[in-house]
Design a binder for this molecule. Structure first.
Ligand code: DNO
Length: 348
């Protein structure tokens, strides 16, 4: 297991030198953020990023994300050009030493929450998803940090209608086409592709979401029989649905060698299926983080792991979910569990 930390580039208030001082860190997970979705990343920008990261004593072996253009997900318009561009990005990143690319196939909206600064009983604040509030949200009149803000309200409305029309089976078929195009390139370049599950793992705003549960992940993996076709397992995404036995899923897919990247965070699931993000420690939420890490350890996990969303603590202001302090606490907590697993041969 290699412990990593997400870094949003030169504009990130959490600097590389701060990340470097977290004792367990081997590298950062980052991206070229200046290029619109679908376009080819200039080699110079990739190398500049790599040199900056390496110059700080950290590795850049994981990219999160190379975004998938909506034309690819809808298989319309310029999808062929965008798939060619995607392949070229895989080749270029491989040349720069990248080993794993995280991406997602969520229509229009990436992770969705109803509030970004909910105050928890200990005075920290966190991202929350209250089902009732989400049902009243109008996605054409708002944006969230994980969403592509380049669309106008009319464009968003148009996209939502197109996805409603496409439906789940249509989305599956477009995903299959995309996978069959890109995985041979990834395999040739030695890059592991790691799809991120849908967050949350159910349909929102009436549009389909398909990377949601065990049955669908089995179906996803069966689209292409090659270990470069794999997963980012995210405890905060799949784990927030009561219908998923998250630890069992980690065990199964990690044993198959198909988990390349692990996102670990805790969430507290509420009675109505809503959830609040919490501190990483098991007692803070509904997930048993020791059991999750043990599932990775027992199955010989050799991929990358990163602490996922943290709360805002100690008065820190920053990118929601991506401050320094709570993620650093989470990383050290997990590194401690991992060291114990290693020293006891997993017998904890
Ligand atoms: C949330 C992240 C996601 C993830 C993308 C991957 O904080 O884990 O936004 O980066 O879904 O493409």
């Amino acid at each position: 297991m290699k412990m990593t930390f997400r870094w949003y580039g030169e504009d990130d208030p959490v600097t590389l030198s701060k990340i470097r001082q977290i004792p367990c860190m081997t590298g950062v997970v980052t991206a070229v953020y200046s290029v619109p979705a679908g376009e080819v990343w200039p080699m110079d920008d990739i190398l500049k990023l790599k040199n900056t990261v390496n110059g700080s004593g950290l590795e850049m072996e994981v990219i999160e994300s190379v975004p998938v253009h909506e034309d690819i997900k809808l298989k319309k318009g310029n999808y062929k050009k965008y798939i060619d561009n995607y392949k070229e990005n895989i080749r270029r990143l491989a040349k720069a030493g990248v080993k794993c690319i995280c991406y997602n196939f969520m229509p229009v909206f990436d992770w969705t929450r109803s509030r970004l600064d909910y105050v928890l009983p200990d005075g920290s604040n966190a991202l929350v998803y209250y089902k009732e509030d989400v049902s009243k949200m109008d996605p054409t009149k708002m944006t969230l940090p994980g969403w592509d803000a380049s669309y106008s309200p009319d464009e968003i409305k148009g996209l939502i209608d197109e996805y409603k029309e496409l439906g789940e089976e249509g989305l599956w078929s477009n995903l299959e086409y995309f996978i069959k195009e890109i995985i041979p390139v990834a395999a040739e370049c030695g890059v592991n592709m790691a799809i991120h599950p849908d967050d949350p793992p159910w349909s929102i705003f009436g549009i389909p979401r398909i990377i949601t549960d065990e049955k669908n992940i089995d179906r996803f993996l069966s689209l292409y029989d090659d270990k470069h076709h794999g997963l980012t397992m995210c405890s905060g995404s799949l784990g927030c649905a009561k219908f998923n036995d998250y630890t069992a899923m980690v065990r199964k897919y990690s044993a198959m060698g198909r988990v390349h990247f692990a996102h670990v965070r805790n969430i507290k699931i509420l009675d109505d299926g809503s959830f609040e993000e919490s501190g990483h420690m098991s007692k803070c939420g509904s997930l048993d983080i020791v059991e999750i890490l043990k599932a990775y350890y027992d199955t010989g996990f050799e991929g990358y792991l990163r602490p996922d969303h943290g709360r805002m603590i100690w008065g820190e202001k920053g990118k929601p979910g991506y401050g320094l302090y709570d993620r650093a606490l989470g990383a050290m907590y997990m590194a401690g569990i991992w060291e114990t697993l290693e020293k006891t041969g997993g017998k904890i």
